[in-house]
Ligand binder design. Structure first.
Ligand code: UDX
Length: 425
């Protein structure tokens, strides 16, 4: 397993749990040091325990470079967006170079990293192995529930070239032989578009829900009723339709850009994916403007940003809407004090002007407004009654519809939420 990030580490531990012996390699010194000291360097529920169990069982080892002649070689390095809007496959090239000396001639080279359309052909060229030997195995793990998603995936997708020998990709499918779930064996181009398309569609759903939230605010509707009445149609469904001021993470925003860029490269305008991207940025800017308007301006105002991670359950701030809105408020002259149960460190590194507090109460003290930016359950059970006198103004803007507005208004707060008009001062 090459790469011990959010996907590689979870997959390595998951495969060890399934009874396989895994050598996990990681180039990043900070991550390698943590793993060698027995500590997982990312926050994922259940991962530390499962990691320790795999080490104790002797099914997992950690190294800087691949050493063993494996029966299956799997690559799980990052493929972030480069400055040109295309996928940066630099880490992939490095991984393939590290693997080359130890990759046996018949050993399936499995790419689990997210590849853009056409990416597998590049891997085949860079790896210098026959197309028949390269197999893709995209993952659908959500951060914050990655281990659970590995143990019970909605499907296993294997992409292979027409020339691939059945035993080659059978070896890959058999890695998961104890997992009950549909298995899809498709050609590599289809596997790429399954992954890219799935993420882009999830992003579409959210951008549409968030645009409707804006309509509900301005036309005096309640977005929960609106989406409830729409989602009841089984063709639409209620999953993954929770409105907010925007979505983030290392995948969804990137996937929309990759799909648009990969389409444009072949003369396809990809208007829907492009619009979903733009709508997500607009949604976040609109929320920042709503905060500024509710405050009567940002100069000399202090905003407590409750939540900095891109979603609850993770310490990751990549493309976090909470960070984007904090940056906009700072640019507008406000002081922003943030608190996140897991992401304080990552957020402070990401946004230098941001102050971070070691608790919600500390962030709220003296604040003119409280913003719910990440749906951490602990924010819903804060003692809002006793916190109100510690704030300078009693304004709450709920970017995730996490709190009970009626209750906060009864406590004397001015409460605004994404997707609801302001009915009471
Ligand atoms: C996503 C996909 O779900 C996963 O299948 C893929 O492998 C990687 O990308 P991830 O980004 O880790 O997973 O988390 P996810 O739970 O999908 O959340 C992504 C963003 O959407 C977060 O900002 C989250 O707050 C937001 N979101 C999610 C909503 O705003 N509403 C929802 O209903 C669901």
């Amino acid at each position: 397993m090459i790469g011990a990030g959010y996907v590689g580490l979870v997959t390595a531990v998951g495969l060890a749990e399934l009874g396989h012996t895994v050598e996990l390699t990681e180039r990043r010194p900070d991550r390698l040091a943590a793993l060698r000291s027995g500590r997982v360097p990312i926050h994922e529920p259940g991962l530390q325990t499962a990691f320790e169990q795999a080490l104790t069982a002797g099914r997992l080892s950690v190294s800087e470079r691949p050493t063993i002649g494996a029966e299956v070689a799997m690559v799980c390095v990052g493929t972030p967006i480069g400055p040109d809007g295309q996928s940066d496959l630099g880490q992939l090239r490095t991984a393939l170079a590290d693997l080359a000396p130890v990759l046996g001639p018949q050993v399936p080279l499995v790419i689990r990293s997210t590849l853009p359309p056409g990416g597998t052909q590049l891997v085949i060229a860079w790896a210098g192995v026959p197309a028949a030997q390269v197999v893709t195995n995209p993952e659908f793990l959500r951060q914050g529930s990655a281990l659970a998603d590995f143990r019970q995936p909605s499907r296993i997708v294997v992409g292979r070239s027409p020339s691939a020998a059945p035993e080659t990709f059978a070896l890959v499918i058999d890695l998961y032989d104890r997992i009950e779930t549909p298995r899809l064996v498709v050609d590599v181009a289809s596997a790429e578009l399954i992954k890219n398309g799935a993420n882009a569609f999830l992003a579409l759903k959210l951008s549409f829900a968030n645009e409707l939230a804006g309509m509900a605010e301005t036309y005096g509707a309640d977005i929960d009723d609106v989406l409830g009445g729409i989602a009841i149609d089984p063709r639409i469904g209620s999953q993954y339709l929770r409105p907010s001021f925007g979505f983030g993470g290392s995948c969804l925003p990137k996937e929309l850009l990759v799909l648009a860029a990969s389409g444009a490269a072949r003369g396809l305008p990809m208007q829907v994916a492009t619009a979903a991207s733009a709508a997500n940025a607009t949604s976040q800017a609109r929320f920042a403007a709503r905060i500024a308007e509710a405050l009567g301006g940002l100069e000399r105002r202090r905003v407590a940003m409750l939540g900095l991670a891109f979603k609850a359950g993770t310490d990751d701030v990549r493309n976090s809407p909470a960070i984007a809105v904090s940056a906009a408020l700072l640019d507008g002259g406000a002081e922003v004090v943030g608190y996140d149960p897991q992401a304080n460190g990552n957020a402070a590194a990401e946004l230098p002007g941001l102050r971070v507090a070691d608790g919600a109460a500390a962030a709220l003290a003296g604040a003119d407004a409280a913003v719910i930016a990440t749906e951490w359950p602990e924010f819903a059970v804060l003692d809002w009654a006793s916190l109100r006198p510690t704030m300078r103004q009693s304004l709450v803007l709920d970017g995730r519809r996490l709190l009970d507005g009626q209750r906060l208004r009864a406590l004397g707060y001015r409460y605004l939420a994404v997707g609801s008009p302001e009915t009471a001062p």
